[in-house]
Design a protein around this ligand. Structure first.
Ligand SMILES: Nc1ncnc2c1ncn2[C@@H]1O[C@H](COP(=O)(O)OP(=O)(O)OP(=O)(O)O)[C@@H](O)[C@H]1O
Ligand SMILES: [Mg+2]
Length: 399
């Protein structure tokens, strides 16, 4: 089937920088190009008047980052793909590029081949009928310090989302060395993140399936493939494209990220709808959480409504309590998740998710409440859904 041409909008503060880029895109059958000068009208207004734009090409430089700021302020779900052409060198400008969700950063005047390749791999935004494509929700989970429980929480949130809330759910593990999610779920991915990122030019929702390993609950896992040792890091921009395809294919995506904000986690943060930050009740964790929260909100432009701080293994007698965290970190009231050492250990040792081990435990119920809080819905009524889901699980395991 012949695809509609991609709608590309070239913007910049001056006509002199916009025109040469437009010239590179004109005459291509698969691209429909238009241009606007943002000195005349703010970019946000231009975009709301052009809702079917698939890709915005922003002509920018270190002194002119206003258009990128305008894109960074948009809801990622409603933002077209962004390609930047220009010389951006300062840390402030680079951070704005990340926050604007740019999928490519090219020279001020790239070759036509470079520009067309970038446009070809940028995801489409609109459906043929002009409606905006539904995009899944993206949640990244990070710990404030090692061993806080973030991978365990990411795994069980994703499992509850798939098994109980019944959403099409994907879990992405950014730990490309130890790959703990595959261990938690007893899965052995034969292909994974690195392979998907290498094939990004041909990746769509159907092709993505070939890199995802399925858990019996229906949960998909995208992780390091079994037995590989990564000689080369995964390209962050290719990973951003993988993430966007995943958000087209799944209703909800959970990412187990790194507190040291490596390149893949930073890309995820820029695209994320929700951030779950996990800590324990110690001064060291409070200090780390305050630092992580500052970087996310002040440098990466994450708004505080998107962040949920979780106090894991919560003990009401510990010295560090929620009011202290609110004061030191500046966050909303933390979510308290109870400590259940033996059950959690059994769950990780046997690679059986918490819900399958004990659907009624306080930590399972706590995680289900957290999952519902993220989705902005009421937690499902335990005495209906738990019994129904457990009945379905036991029928399946006896089949
Ligand atoms: N609420 C809890 N109650 C009891 N045990 C827990 C709880 N949360 C996590 N654990 C246990 O803590 C262990 C370590 O957690 P996890 O591997 O998720 O930490 P992490 O923050 O991802 O660590 P890392 O920094 O190494 O990535 C888990 O295997 C699990 O058994
Ligand atoms: Mg971890």
């Amino acid at each position: 089937m012949l695809k509609e041409p991609k709608q590309v909008l070239v913007v910049g503060a001056a006509a002199a920088t916009v025109q040469p880029i437009v010239a590179l895109l004109q005459g291509q059958s698969d691209v429909q190009v238009s241009a606007r000068v943002t000195a005349l009208r703010p970019l946000a207004e231009i975009l709301s008047a052009a809702p079917t734009t698939d890709v915005v090409v922003v002509c920018s430089n270190d002194r002119e980052i206003g258009d990128l700021e305008a894109l960074a302020a948009l809801d990622p779900a409603k933002r077209p793909a962004v390609i930047v052409c220009g010389s951006l060198t300062t840390p402030a400008a680079m951070r704005t590029v990340v926050r604007a969700g740019a999928s490519d950063l090219l020279a001020e005047l790239p070759s036509s081949e470079e520009l067309l390749t970038a446009v070809a791999r940028a995801p489409r935004r609109a459906l043929a009928n002009g409606a905006v494509k539904p995009r899944g929700s993206l949640t990244v989970v990070m710990g404030a310090a090692g061993g806080a429980g973030s991978s365990f929480i990411a795994c069980n949130l994703a499992h509850l989302s798939a098994a109980v809330i019944k959403k099409r759910t994907l879990l992405i593990d950014l730990d490309l060395i130890y790959a703990s999610q595959a261990q938690f779920l007893a899965l052995k991915p034969s292909r994974g993140i690195a392979e998907a990122a290498q094939q990004v030019a041909n990746l769509d929702a159907v092709a993505l399936d070939g890199y995802v390993t399925k858990h019996r609950s229906g949960l998909g896992l995208l992780a390091r493939s079994e037995g590989t040792y990564l000689h080369e890091p995964v390209d962050p921009e290719a990973f951003r494209s993988v993430l966007r395809v995943a958000l087209e294919a799944y209703e909800t995506v959970f990412v187990d990220g790194h507190r040291w904000l490596d390149a893949l986690t930073t890309v995820t943060v820029a695209e994320a709808d929700h951030l779950v930050l996990v800590m324990e009740q110690s001064i060291a964790h409070v200090n780390n959480m305050a630092q992580l929260y500052r970087i996310l909100t002040q440098q990466l432009g994450v708004t505080s409504e998107r962040i949920v701080v979780v106090m894991n293994r919560y003990d009401k007698h510990a010295a560090v309590q929620p009011d202290m965290v609110v004061k030191a970190v500046g966050c909303r009231e933390p979510f308290k998740l109870p400590n259940m050492y033996a059950l959690a250990l059994d769950s990780t040792n046997t690679a059986i998710p918490l819900f399958e081990m004990d659907a009624e435990s306080s930590v399972t119920r706590g995680l289900l409440a957290l999952c519902s809080q993220i989705y902005g819905t009421e937690p499902p009524e335990p005495n209906g859904i738990f019994r129904r889901t457990l009945a379905a699980l036991s029928t399946r395991s006896h089949a």
